[in-house]
Ligand binder design. Structure first.
Ligand SMILES: *Cc1c(COP(=O)(O)O)cnc(C)c1O
Length: 410
């Protein structure tokens, strides 16, 4: 099946009891089985079935299977949020004493999560650019994970996925990619050599901001068989390519209990059907708005990878053609002007989120990155005079008219 058909029918299973075409929302915490042996067999993994919703649930299962069909890979695990997806994916692999290399342009929440791992004696090296040279010089025997976003939120730096994949293969380091900003419509990192893909499904996958959630898609790597991944020894022997997922389901996934709520899985299943249609509009509108803003004398800089003047234009064209996502950032020369622009807008909502059908705007320096030092903010591509816009799918004429009247008032 092709992409759009997969969004609607990928791994689809209609309800067996009733034929309902939308998988029901199974709001049951637990599942009864006829005999003691039947339940014991499911518990031990000898048989398939449901036991308890923290571990698995039919509604959540349906969403995981759809994501798997769309993203590629061998298994998927849905989580309570994008942050829990990142935490689980990392901590399934890392032990005290290990090192991570991360792109410095990662999402603020991720930046702080990584920084906080130092309390568990896990060292994080943030690099401004992940390339052959920087990775080769920074990867050590202790490096277990390289983590980056396809397009950084909000730095909007474009990851050279093929290069990073190649270096990570040579060095046998697990490569985790956060593809929240790009979605499987724009790119499928597993096909390009990533080992794990994670999404905050709260954003474009869900599409209308009515459910917080995350997903971890396992590409089925053999890297865990390398003896440096000591905590995978048993799993790599027994489960081979499924080692990552088997360990996560059996250990941290259960232990932390950050499973996706069945209701949210259902909302995400509805949302994902229109992912392609929405992403096309997001990308088209973002490019038009970026071009419009670049021409304004009130604006000092527009950062959008699809603009020819962007330092990431060449890489963006290679991976994304002329569809470079729905996020852009704009600088105005001062914080006051940035605030004034936000305050004058009518259609765009001032809030902390991206990936909604509605256009959204925020001043990251005083909100999502308020906890960070000036130096850290700059590493993340955040400045006092900068706003981030998540361009929605309203009629572009209305978005531009709104922006125009706000610019006039600065
Ligand atoms: C929002 C976001 C997250 C965190 O996801 P939540 O669902 O809010 O926990 C992680 N990465 C990126 C790129 C995001 O935009």
């Amino acid at each position: 099946m092709r992409f759009q058909t997969n969004l609607i029918h990928g791994n689809r299973a209609d309800d067996r009891e009733t034929g309902a075409t939308n998988v029901p929302i199974y709001l049951s915490n637990s599942y009864a089985h006829k005999t003691a042996k039947e339940l014991a067999d499911i518990f031990s993994g000898r048989d398939m079935g449901y036991v308890y919703t923290r571990i698995s649930n039919p509604s959540v299962d349906a969403f995981e299977k759809r994501m798997l069909a769309v993203e590629g890979g061998i298994a998927a695990i849905a989580t309570a949020s994008g942050m829990s997806a990142i935490y689980l994916a990392l901590m399934n692999i890392l032990l005290p004493g290990d090192e991570i290399i991360a792109a410095s342009g990662v999402f603020g929440g991720t930046y702080n999560l990584l920084k906080n791992l130092q309390q568990q004696n896990i060292k994080v090296k943030f690099l401004d650019e992940l390339n052959d040279k920087t990775l080769t010089s920074e990867i050590t025997e202790k490096t277990k994970v390289v983590f980056a976003e396809t397009i950084g939120n909000p730095k909007l730096d474009v990851l050279d996925i093929e290069t990073v994949s190649r270096v990570c293969s040579e060095k046998e380091v697990v490569f985790i990619v956060d593809s929240t900003v790009t979605t499987p419509y724009l790119i499928k990192p597993i096909e390009l050599g990533a080992d794990i893909v994670i999404h905050s499904t709260s954003k474009y996958i869900n599409g209308t901001s009515n459910a917080i959630g995350g997903i971890i898609v396992d590409g089925g790597s053999v890297k865990y068989m390398n003896s440096k991944y000591t905590n995978f020894e048993m799993y790599a022997k027994r489960f081979r390519k499924f080692a990552f997922t088997a360990k996560l389901r059996n250990e941290l996934g259960k232990d932390l209990g950050t499973s996706m709520a069945p209701m949210n899985a259902n909302l995400n299943l509805t949302g994902i059907e229109t992912l392609k249609l929405r992403m096309r509009e997001h990308c088209k509108n973002a490019l038009q708005l970026a071009e419009y803003l670049s021409a304004s004398p009130k604006v000092t800089e527009v950062n959008y990878p699809g603009l020819k003047e962007s330092p990431y234009y060449t890489l963006a064209s290679k991976y994304y053609g002329n569809e470079c996502g729905g996020i852009l950032t704009v600088r105005f020369g001062s914080k006051e002007k940035a605030y004034s622009f936000i305050d004058q807008l009518n259609i765009m909502s001032n809030l902390a989120n991206i990936g909604d059908t509605k256009s959204l705007i925020i001043h990251p320096a005083s909100t999502i990155c308020a906890q960070n030092t000036t130096e850290e903010k700059e590493q993340m591509g955040v400045y006092e005079d900068l706003v981030r816009i998540s361009v929605g799918i309203e009629d572009i004429e209305d978005i531009i008219e709104d922006v125009q009247q706000a610019l006039d008032k600065i």
